[in-house]
Write a protein that binds this ligand. Structure first.
Ligand code: FAD
Ligand code: NAD
Length: 482
């Protein structure tokens, strides 16, 4: 006899666990199947995000930022810090504790909401059944609805095969036991920049090889340009248009290093590193998730095919998070998880894919929502721009964090906000104000007419919105010559 559920969710990352909790809150009998094991071999919830993604990376970004500040950032405040030293093992232990507290928190939420946590590998069979394979047995669950939330894995490239010691993916780079003297990174995307920053702050000489000839092409061009200049000043040696050709492990006595061969427009080069991080993107975990008899369609890149409501080609089967199209972001997956729970319970559900905020947790941070200026140009849209530099913000000055700016793009006729781009302190928090404004259909004037507390970083969003119509107060207006 198979156990019967209203909903079986496969995968307990931020897409799956959030969906399972919402389903249970809506009165649906819910099971969540997950096969993640901690390094100690214990089943844990939270998927990539909590165990080897968002949370550990942000924990190390915070710790490494504090270390870097203690070394170079406090003199301007009149604080001298001599003899600052690094205890990498303690930093890693703190990161592991943060992970463990949060994953246990999800287990507690499952318990409190009555979600059944089923440990093992799930596979969708025909007839709305899910086979669960654990170490020693196979069970079958039957469900009225199935939600597939199996996430994604790092892409591996043949010329840089991963090995636990020298060539690693993001997971390996979150657990180095010593600071590599020379660190190579393949890919100047989000992971390359975040983890490159962590190790650069902890003392590594970091070289990032990026295949494309442009930097951060998903961000607004002006932000990409300004941030590239800032990151280079921080010591990140970012080389664009660099095509990786081969890697070779070199051994000298007990020391092992990796030699990287790459090409750019000017010639062929070799670099030797103590560690190499491969961060060239992630691919969906869609293989072995469903039986041949289950009639699920994949798209040409291996993502499970879904419509705007995350319905797959099989009635009653939904797919959400990194395993489907769209940005691979935890909050996007969680919102999809809530949407499908509402739909299954017979309620209204939707996700506004136009307003998914993006954040890169460098220093300063990069964050944006909506259209970039290059998008608007390409679409032939009539728009206005207002920007405000943090150097003119009283709060940013007091913080000693004056790099960057806020830029607001609004429709030329309606003044409706089309995009907001921030490069600067606490951009990850500031962008939420822009998301709320845009979700409510605000114009730049609406933000301009809103009162912001002084002195705050948020005032920079206010001033950038005022600047859209030439009304910024703390910035000299360009005078037109007569
Ligand atoms: P996942 O989190 O990958 O979870 C999928 C779960 O399903 C896993 O537990 C997996 O073991 C399980 N599973 C897979 N197959 C099966 C099966 N057959 N049976 C049972 N269980 C299965 N995003 C952000 O928004 N902000 C960030 O700051 C951020 N930082 C990141 C940093 C790094 C280093 C990385 C690698 C990623 C980061 N991301 C970040 C991306 C984010 O982690 C993912 O977008 C998010 O985890 C996707 O959630 P998900 O639930 O779809 O999948
Ligand atoms: P990415 O797509 O952000 O960047 C990969 C980079 O590698 C690209 O710039 C690409 O041009 C480059 N590249 C690809 N092949 C290459 C090659 N052979 N040689 C050199 N460069 C090459 O992917 P990522 O950084 O691996 O991150 C994966 C996913 O995880 C992203 O989709 C991102 O959304 C998510 N993530 C998000 C956050 C965040 O929200 N702060 C943090 C980390 C990861």
């Amino acid at each position: 006899m198979s156990e019967k559920y209203d909903v079986v969710v496969i995968g307990a990352g931020p897409a799956g666990y959030v969906s399972a909790i919402r389903c249970a809150q809506l009165g649906l009998k819910t099971a969540c199947v997950d096969n993640w094991l901690s390094p100690e071999g214990k089943a844990v919830l939270g998927g990539t995000c909590l165990n080897v993604g968002c949370i550990p990376s942000k924990s190390l970004l915070e710790s490494s930022e504090l270390y870097a500040k203690c070394q170079h950032g406090l003199e301007q405040h009149g604080i001298s810090t001599k003899g600052v030293s690094l205890d990498l093992a303690a930093m890693m232990q703190r990161k592991d504790q943060v992970i463990s507290d949060l994953t246990q928190g999800i287990a507690a939420l499952f318990k409190a909401n009555g979600v059944s946590w089923v440990k093992g590998r799930g596979r969708l069979l025909s007839g709305m059944r899910v086979e669960v394979t654990a170490a020693d047995d196979v069970t079958i669950l039957s469900a009225k609805n199935v939600v597939i939330a199996t996430g994604s894995s790092s892409i591996e490239i043949p010329c840089a095969p991963l090995n636990d010691e020298l060539i690693v993916d993001s997971t390996g780079a979150l657990s180095f036991t010593e600071v590599p003297a020379r660190l190579g990174v393949i890919g100047a995307g989000v992971i390359g920049l975040e983890l490159g920053s962590v190790w650069n702050r902890l003392g590594s000489e970091v070289v990032i090889l990026e295949a494309q000839d442009s930097f951060l092409n998903m961000a607004d061009e002006q932000v990409a340009r300004d941030s590239l200049r800032t990151f280079k000043k921080q010591g990140l040696d970012i080389r664009l248009n660099a095509r990786l050709m081969a890697t070779d492990i070199k051994t000298s006595g007990r020391k092992k290093q990796v030699e990287v061969s790459y090409q750019d427009a000017k010639g062929d080069y070799k670099e030797v590193f103590d560690k190499l991080i491969v961060a060239v993107g992630r691919c969906p975990n869609s293989a072995n998730v469903f039986d041949e008899e289950a009639d699920l369609l994949l798209d040409e890149r291996g993502f499970i095919h879904v419509n705007e409501l995350c319905e797959t080609s099989m009635p009653g089967v939904y797919a959400i998070g990194d395993v489907v199209r769209g940005p691979m972001l935890a909050h996007k997956g969680s919102e999809e998880g809530i949407m499908v729970a509402e739909l299954i319970a017979g309620h209204h559900g939707e996700v506004n894919y136009e307003l998914v905020p993006s954040v890169i947790y460098t220093h300063p941070e990069i964050a944006w929502v909506g259209k970039t200026e290059q998008h608007l140009k390409a679409a032939g849209e009539h728009y206005k721009v207002g920007s405000f530099p943090f150097v003119a913000s009283g709060r940013a000055r007091a913080l000693g964090e004056t790099a960057g700016m806020v830029k607001v793009l609004a429709h030329a006729d309606t003044d409706r906000i089309l995009g907001v781009h921030i490069f600067g302190p606490q951009a990850s928090e500031l962008v939420a104000q822009a998301v709320i404004a845009m979700e409510l259909g605000a114009s730049s004037d609406d933000i301009g007419l809103t009162m912001f507390a002084h002195p705050t970083l948020s005032e920079s969003l206010h001033e950038a919105a005022l600047a859209v119509n030439g009304n910024a107060i703390h910035m000299a207006k360009k005078r037109s010559r007569k």
